[in-house]
Design a protein around this ligand. Structure first.
Ligand code: ATP
Ligand code: MG
Length: 497
């Protein structure tokens, strides 16, 4: 076994130390930004109706003032109001003209100074729908400033309708000042709220999350250090649960890492011992061969047993060493003639010599998409196991037949290896495909099925024990064809046949 003890960082799967998240890109900064943006957005939603209200109130105030002035002027017998007084009144209100219409519909100009040619907008203060006033307010803000307005409506309980002609620049200026103030207040409120939310969430969530991130990074740097396990806070919320779970996971991982380190050390020791042992056994094997030349009958009867035992021991050592050392290469897949491959397996396992009838039931033209060498090893392992199991049967009359057949379902090839042997012993069945554990045969390493399983899996296929009773044991090897990319398939279609 060529196992050098893996370093802790390898085991944790993290070679390089990763830095903690910088503050500006961390959760805190994102949270702060988001809060400011959202509060500002909320303020805009509040601002739109409030600027419309502001405009209506401003206009109502003007009209009310104009109404009060008109009543006084009418009472003092209008028509003879001196022009100077009219101008003063109009300037104070910011209007060009004031008129009154009585209940009979008779209109009367109360005060006037350079009457404008045309009026751009008529505003009935008694019909101000919400949407309309919002639209008008935004319109005034965006495009106003040079328009002439006519404002009219009842004032208070008076049955007269008062009218006012005025330019809109004063209104717009007032609205701009109002908007600026609202914007400033909004900014203050949003920054203040953001700071409050930030401080609260920072304390409750971000700091513990940063602590957890830090603990994870510290753990990945030094997983064997007991101090790098996070100390969970006594909280009952999700963060508390996460911290406790993280601590539990780190504790388990630390223990597992410790165990793996011990196992790796042990594996290294076993591999060294095994290596030396194989060399010693090989020398003993060489010496034992010379026993054949000694004529002593006792030696002659014992020598073959000794040689066989040594052979088995050497094979065992070599097998273990090979298993520890090999990292199977990825299968080099080709289309193979399965019938021919099975014939090679027949020769390799020497079935006939053990009195086993080897039946190659694979059709002549059957093709399979696999790595030739690896598939040979899989089938040879399965066939050898079957031959060994049947050769162990002592009863002469028992049928000893090993049949290899194959079928194809769609893109999956399935090879069936069936024998008429005694079936798998319980120990082999319980540890099916587990290396070193499944052998129920003296001299067996328990590697054959494990390796075969691994090789079939590398092909994306499956090795299964279909059934195993006395007289019938069936293994199946399913191997799907390599997936073909659409481009390849199209290319193949386009190519002339
Ligand atoms: N066809 C079979 N019939 C009966 N028993 C089987 C059959 N195939 C496998 N076994 C049992 O399963 C065990 C495990 O087989 P596996 O090939 O993994 O190991 P092994 O044959 O003991 O050793 P190795 O193949 O490594 O030399 C065998 O020892 C044998 O008892
Ligand atoms: Mg075997």
């Amino acid at each position: 076994m060529d196992a050098s003890p893996p370093s802790e960082t390898d085991i944790a799967g993290r070679g390089e130390a990763r830095p903690a998240v910088p503050l500006a890109r961390g959760l805190s900064a994102k949270l702060l930004m988001l809060t400011v943006v959202f509060v500002m957005f909320a303020e805009v939603l509040i601002f739109v109706p409030s600027i419309a209200n502001f405009r209506i109130r401003w206009l109502e105030e003007r009209l009310a003032t104009a109404a009060a002035v008109s009543i006084v002027l009418i009472a003092n017998d209008a028509g003879s109001t001196p022009e100077n007084l009219q101008k003063d009144v109009l300037m104070a209100i910011g209007a060009k003209a004031i008129a009154v219409r009585d209940e009979e519909g008779v209109s009367r100009l109360v005060a006037v100074s350079d009457m404008p040619q045309a009026v751009d907008e008529h505003i009935n203060l008694e019909q101000t729908g919400r949407l309309r006033s919002v639209a008008s307010a935004l319109d005034t803000l965006a495009f106003g400033g040079k328009r002439m307005l006519r404002i009219y409506g009842h004032v208070g309980d008076s049955d007269k309708v008062f009218e006012l002609i005025m330019p809109d620049w004063r209104l717009r200026n007032a609205m701009l000042v109002y908007s600026r103030n609202v914007a400033l207040v909004s900014l203050l409120i949003s920054v203040f709220t953001a700071l409050l939310v930030y401080t609260a969430i920072n304390r409750i969530m971000i700091l513990p999350i940063r602590a957890m991130t830090g603990a994870m990074l510290a753990f990945s740097r030094a997983p064997e250090e007991p101090a790098s396990i996070i100390e969970p806070e006594p909280r009952s919320d999700e963060i508390g649960v996460a911290e406790r779970e993280l601590a539990a996971m780190q504790t388990t991982l630390q223990r597992v890492l410790g165990e793996r380190r011990h196992l790796a050390d042990l594996g290294l020791a076993v591999s060294k011992i095994n290596h030396d042992m194989r060399n010693m056994l090989s020398s003993a094997q060489l010496l034992s061969d010379r026993l054949h030349s000694i004529k002593d009958p006792a030696v002659q009867s014992l020598a073959p047993k000794l040689v066989r035992t040594l052979d088995r021991a050497v094979a065992y050592s070599s097998g273990v060493l090979a298993y520890g050392r090999t990292q199977e290469p990825a299968p080099a897949r080709r289309r193979l003639k399965l019938h021919q491959l099975v014939e090679e397996v027949r020769e390799a396992v020497g079935a006939e010599a053990s009195g086993v009838d080897f039946v190659n039931a694979v059709e002549d033209g059957f093709e399979i998409d696999a790595d030739a060498e690896q598939l040979f090893r899989v089938l040879a392992n399965l066939a050898r196991n079957a031959v060994q199991a049947m050769a162990g049967d002592t009863e002469e009359a028992i049928v000893r037949r090993l049949t290899l057949s194959a079928e194809r379902k769609g893109s999956v090839s399935r090879i069936i290896v069936a024998d008429t042997g005694p079936g798998l012993p319980p120990k082999a069945r319980e540890n099916l495909f587990a290396a070193f554990r499944g052998s129920a045969r003296s001299g067996g390493t328990g590697l054959g099925l494990a390796i075969a399983h691994e090789l079939v899996r590398a092909h994306g296929g499956q090795l299964e024990l279909v059934e195993s009773v006395g007289g019938r044991t069936v293994f199946s090897v399913s191997i799907p064809d390599q997936p073909v990319s659409i481009e390849q398939a199209r290319g193949a279609l386009r190519r002339p046949a």
